[in-house]
Design a protein around this ligand. Sequence first.
Ligand code: KIV
Ligand code: ZN
Length: 555
Amino acid sequence: MLQNAAKKYRPFPPVNLPDRRWPSRTLTHAPIWCSVDLRDGNQALAMPMNVAQKLELFRTLVNCGFKEIEVGFPSASNTEFAFNRRLIEDRLIPDDVTIQVLVQAREDLIERTFESLVGAKKVIIHLYNSTSPAQRRVVFGKSKEEIVEIARRGAQWIQDRVPRLTAGGTDVRLQYSPESFSGTEVEFAKEISEAVMDVWQPTPARKMILNLPDTVEVATPNLYADQIEWMIRNIRNRDSLIISLHTHNDRGTGVAATEMGLLAGADRVEGTLFGNGERTGNLDVVTVALNLYMHGIDPRLNFSDLGAVREVYERCTGMTVPPRQPYAGELVFTAFSGSHQDAIKKGLVEWGLGGCAHWDVPYLAIDPADLGREYREVIRVNSQSGKGGVAYLLESEFGIELPKDMQREFGPLANDRVDALGREVKGEELRAMFWSEYVERQLPWALLHFHADGVNGVFRCRATVHRAGQELPLNGEGNGPIAAFVNGLVLAGVPRFEVGYYKEHALGSGDGAAAIAYIQLKLADGRTRWGAGVDTNIEHASIRAVLSALNRSGL
Ligand code: KIV
Ligand code: ZN
């Protein structure tokens, strides 16, 4: 990189709009959406989609609720042409969906495009030519007047052919894009757009779409918004236009540019699922739609099963959705950090109680369940995680409800083991750690037999235990079976200890379901130790828990 970037690069010239209004507005409703997955997205793929893949993605887009879908560039290749014919001839386009096709301002290409549309119910014909100073100078070597002439002629060739389609019953709408709009002087963008309007003569009842692309993102998103507001305030016959945004993501702010462009007054948004498209991609429509949704605005697109949409997208395009992609990435609803896990857990409990009017769970901007994601993905455990995450997985996956104090004991033990593994661990592995640490401890103490009877609140027990391989009979008395057993141990010579805490619950349901008991022993030297026992007999589970704690205490 250069020491002095200014030697090679220059700042972007802002639009003169001192009384800009968009910054003090808020978004209140969804725009008209147009998916350009099958055209802009497709043309950016190393291996463009074949007809079958385009069809599958088309169906998915329809299911998501897109009513306008740019299906291709039919004059560009036989596949693109064949795809249009397949959609139309096999009647695969729902009545409320309009297909859009892109074409350059060349008569032969326009002719072929019209041929591809015969028999369609509703179409948008999208004409574009490039308008920025760099395009005019480098690519076309043409003056402004000549560039306007290209647009005017293209518009006329289209206009001449529209009656052919309408005579066959097709509803035809027209769209013009001054390509590279955001790199174009706004005055010139207005001039060329109005030249096209002169040919197409849009009216408030029959609007044309004026698409203002951020073909290459060259400035901060507020400057794009200024350009859009400037156009909206200065262009002739605004009420005969649908102002459309089409952003790319070269500076990583395609979403912001679109949102600010909407604040500036645009009506429509073009983009792709997960932002597939040329270079850094097109606008990610999923993100903009769900950003609206998380503010309580109906996005008029449905991503209730975003995982399924992602799966089709990945299969058809061969692209992958990165793990941190907003809303759709594998890790975006996952917390590894202990403090985040703790906060999320508490937030989900509060939400589950049903008293909150609106979603306000820390660290989760949106309820993952609304997108078909599961809460179990939210908390995942690695060495960064704390006791809260460990406890959450044990409870949510296996119904193991560790008492708070026991979480404080087991959390660090589990964390040390996870740290040594140096990777994420699954709930199953945590359960195995818990089992080996508590439930499966059989040395030196193991239970062979236990029986207790109570009369008038006094319990007597007879038990046989193994102590380091030797059988030891125990007899004791107390105000419950556990107290009687503890008394039997003390009578057999075990140093005196007390039960500090006890809890039990069923693990699953049904007659054969096991119970789990947790017990905390307070030892004479002031230490505390937890134990856990599992048995189909709840009394036996608690006695096993006592022995588990004894085994862990070294007595
Ligand atoms: O990015 C762009 O400018 C385009 C146009 C053809 C609309 O894709
Ligand atoms: Zn584009």
